[in-house]
Design a protein around this ligand. Sequence first.
Ligand SMILES: Nc1nc2c(ncn2[C@@H]2O[C@H](COP(=O)(O)OP(=O)(O)OP(=O)(O)O)[C@@H](O)[C@H]2O)c(=O)[nH]1
Ligand SMILES: [Mg+2]
Length: 514
Amino acid sequence: MRRHRVWFGLAMLVLFVLPFLALIPLGMFWLFQQGWLLYWLGVAALLGLAAHLLLRQLQPAEPGSEAQTAAPATDSPPEPDWTPRDRAAWRSVQEVAAGAGPESINDRERMLQLARETIERVAAHYHPDDPRPIWNFTVPEALLLSERIAARLRRVTLDSVPAAHMVRVGQVVQLWEHRQLALKGARVARYLNRIWRVARTVDPFSAVLAETRDRVLRAALGEAGAWLRGRGTRIWVEEVGKAAIELYSGRLRADARQLQELAAADTGLDTVADGAMPGALRLLVAGQSQSGKSSLINVLLGEVAAPADVLPGTAEALGYRLQRPGAGEFQLIDTPGVGPGTDLADLAEQAFACDLIVWVVAAHRADRALDRAGLDAIRGHFAQHPERSLPPVLIVASHIDRLSPAREWSPPYDLERPAGAKAGSIREALLAIGDDLGVEPGDIVPMRVDTPAEAYNADLLWAVLQERLVHAGHSRLQRLHLRAGQRDWKKILDQAANAGRLLTRLATHRPPAS
Ligand SMILES: Nc1nc2c(ncn2[C@@H]2O[C@H](COP(=O)(O)OP(=O)(O)OP(=O)(O)O)[C@@H](O)[C@H]2O)c(=O)[nH]1
Ligand SMILES: [Mg+2]
């Protein structure tokens, strides 16, 4: 009975809908008659495509494919402030990481062996002549390492990720998001407490490794699939490698406070800025005689402080302090002009003690061989010292007012689309300078600097400097770490003297301070 009813209902529906359905072929026939059918089909196809695209946008991706597309690249990039030597050490870490198969994660001994191998490789990299390079760090450095790891742990707690002190927070969080694994805060706190305790024991480094070995890896990666495990091995090796690079590169020789002190001593400032970048950036201004170095310094300072003269002026390197809102503190170093008799090795040494280099070249003088030689000496010196990377090098092309037509001076000049003869010759000069000195056009700033009040393009120079500040900051940090690593004999002797030993002998034989 009920069945009959259903059929009856359906028949009614068909009868009711049929006339409307009939409208489709009838409508198409009408469109055909009018000659509009093709247009209609075209519009229909377009709308269909749009709907399809919209649906794809709205639909959540399948879990598997999401994990795949969101998977980070296998190699994590080197840190931006690393020196060429650190980068080379990193490459050997990556070799170990690449050789570690996904199955290693199930094997504790293998994981520990991978960590040892990584540490040994890194240590040997920094101390190639030492038969037992892995012991090449001091007790304060090891303590600082444990402090750093504790600091990382603190961040980890904040993100409610279990104690992955060797595994960087970002990576753990990423893994967590993919696998929706969550651990309770209490458990995290327990981990922290334990590891902190262990890390503070006599040999923090091995304690850290021992603790990491089973706890962290089991907790962090044990529940994940093979893909995740493969990455886990890699992350393990990479993070052990990063910790080892920190330790053996000498970055841990000075903690933040010591770096501040060094920075203050370094730039002769009595106050030091708080924050990540202590003290002032050292900006070296160099170039041929009479190119406008002292004038440029006056422009940067906004006042006449550096003697600028038609006679050879600057006889020795002079420092000027400059506080620039938004850019920080600088120490500007004016140097004597480079001439045929200049000791370029000495100049390179001076550049090595700076974080930013501005080379001033007079745009109207065609002979740039000395400029090239000076810049190459600096580049070569840095290339020979992989413990530092080359700081940013900017070229200031001064004297652009003297380019032909020499009488004309009506700035501003549009060098992208040079309208007149002056703009044309400035542009040509910049291209020639770029070629002669081996620099990119973006690193050359055309300027007129003889009158600080009416200097041309000072704003552009500041804008270009501003863009290089992060790079300069890295350079500065590398330099301070290097200084922290130099054996400060005076300090050691002072410590000994304070302890009341060697006092009498030191009074007569005091070795020179470095
Ligand atoms: N027309 C013009 N003159 C400039 C410019 N820059 C500097 N001068 C002049 O060039 C001369 C030398 O300038 P300085 O700033 O003393 O040059 P310097 O490179 O410090 O010279 P030394 O210390 O002797 O190596 C001065 O007379 C300046 O006024 C410029 O952009 N245009
Ligand atoms: Mg000068």
